[in-house]
Write a protein that binds this ligand. Sequence first.
Ligand code: ZN
Length: 306
Amino acid sequence: MEPGRPSASNCQNAAMFRLLNVEGQAALEVDGAWYAVDRLGDDPALSDPMQAIARFAELHELTRIVADADEEGAGALVASARLDHTDVRRLGPAVPNPSKVIAIGLNYRSHAQESNLELPPSPIAFTKFPSCLAGPRDDIELSGDRVDWEVELVVVIGIGGRRIEADRAWSHVAGVTLGQDISDRAVQLIGSPPQFSLGKSFDTFGPIGPAVVSVDSLDDPDDIELWCEVDDERMQHSRTSDLIFGVPELVASLSAVMTLCPGDVIFTGTPGGVGMGRGRFLRPGNVVSSVAVGIGELANRCVAPG
Ligand code: ZN
């Protein structure tokens, strides 16, 4: 156990949280039911998912109120906060409006090898502009015939800062979620040197969700299993313990340059198995399914440009 990281075994009394964006409204998922955060916290500001992320420490307590409702006589409050419809199609991007979406390239050996590129000496970062973010069931609007999948662990900053030390990095993280760094390889690789950011920033090219999951709900936040399937065919399968630069190093490296703000998200890189290495790309009608154990699932259908 590294210092600064919450331990699941030490937190039996703290309630781990799962934060959803239900049509723009922050909600906590507890035992499969959804609860409005603003009503649980009796604070209208908490209906904004970005506010809820910035106040993530309170989400542990609000989740515990729901879990213990019978014992503490809070049943009426909890009942009033419960949302009627738990339809995953109502979910928006788990982090809807971050100030920054930073993504990391070539952060798994298997992906560097299939890309015929050398391992980077330090993290390679680019931006996905925040307007690319999409919900866990939203369609991916294909921009051309060389659009590719990239399943990734996504880190959500909770406590901002600059020059954050690696051994304190996890304590700055509100939670983690799952993402697809959808990439138009034709646009990404135009020119020399190539520019990554535009090819990865088409609207709908950043599905994230389904929930922001508290770090203490994961058995080991540095070893999360994740995979990606296209139409039920397994394309990528790895664990975040295979990251070249792990989450603590990424937070330290990025915050050495820039101030990280609450709600900022970091796509941590994709493992091998992308379409570019297979000579195969997404087509209208394909469904990209992504799973991270302990976080949840994305299922995004590909559609022709609107
Ligand atoms: Zn990526």
